[in-house]
Design a protein around this ligand. Sequence first.
Ligand code: PLP
Length: 403
Amino acid sequence: MAPINENFGKLPGSYLFSTVAQKVAAYRAAHPEAKIIRLGIGDVTQPLAPAVIRALHGAVDEMGRAESFRGYAPDKGYDFLREAIAKADYAARGCDISADEIFVSDGAKSDSADIQELFGPDAVIAVSDPVYPVYVDSNALAGRCGTYDPAAGKWDRVIYMPCTAENGFAPDLPGDGADMIYLCSPNNPTGMAMTKDQLQRFVDYANRTGAVILFDAAYEAYIQDENIPHSIYECEGAKTCAIELRSFSKNAGFTGLRLGCAVVPKDLFRGGASLHAMWARRHGTKFNGAPYIVQRAGEAVYSAEGQAQMKEQIGVYRRNAKVILDVLTAAGYTVYGGVNSPYVWLRTPENMTSWAFFDWLLEEKNIVGTPGSGFGPCGEGYFRLTAFGTYEDSAEAMARLAQ
Ligand code: PLP
């Protein structure tokens, strides 16, 4: 009998969003007339920008002609895309990242789940609490998290960095023993972003201790404040201790197209090994490249026309976040995030648990959000709303909530 990976059996319950979906499906079956507004899952709703569509059409036509047809993409991605990313996302911000340090991928979810393969089985992970569940679950499947305690909602080999109202939802340093530190800023789920000083403290810590920071920048396009870095490489010394993950999903609406990238600097070594060389080997072994047409679409995002259209799209989601923030604040809710992020993180009223508030919101207001406790114990008593719906839906949901 083939032995199975028993770590699957150690994972707690079902994935957060499956539970939400099941509850919504059950409610919908019982109340088919209800007009449910979804402000839960973090998926975009606006169509792809015209510059992206034109690039896709052009690339599809190229694929249909023998002389311009392309097969497998280069392992690390096409140079045209890697150079566009290096120029716009790094050089323009004064970050010394070359195109050759960029690995094009199919998105930040796979990269954030796979990046742990660079580390040994005994490496200790440190995560914010609450946290995007993929970081912990991918390490748990690799057998790195120990045992899950359902009562505490924690694994016994994971260092949790609480993010609470008291510390402004910015994690404190993890103390001794952290090897892989996952940071996400602007943060999912709290919608709060780390300042440059806060991030610099993590970079200094990692360089001092030999830890590696895995920095998820999936929401950087939503940053409005000047003192919030868009990339960890804006911090001094980050190239010797940090890997950055980027996504086209939320900055360009590519959730259905799939495109992202990981930056693994050539200066990053641990145990005498180059993490860049290891990731190149891993990428070549396990990944056959993002589709040519999608990489051309990604390139179009960086054209002048593309950039203007992205700004407009993000502006729509920002307007939604503002109406959610404004109405909730006026209605007396305690709210966080929503300024440098499409996520609004609210305190549940009257000390309701996150799931009790979820049920109340679904049943009484026909609004779907995401219970904060699904992201970790410190998320209990909080609730996440997203700005990715239409303006009409966001405003209507808030009108219902304000009543
Ligand atoms: N990282 C964070 C923090 C996210 O919230 C998400 C999606 O919700 C992802 C990564 C996934 O990004 P992608 O669509 O590029 O896989």
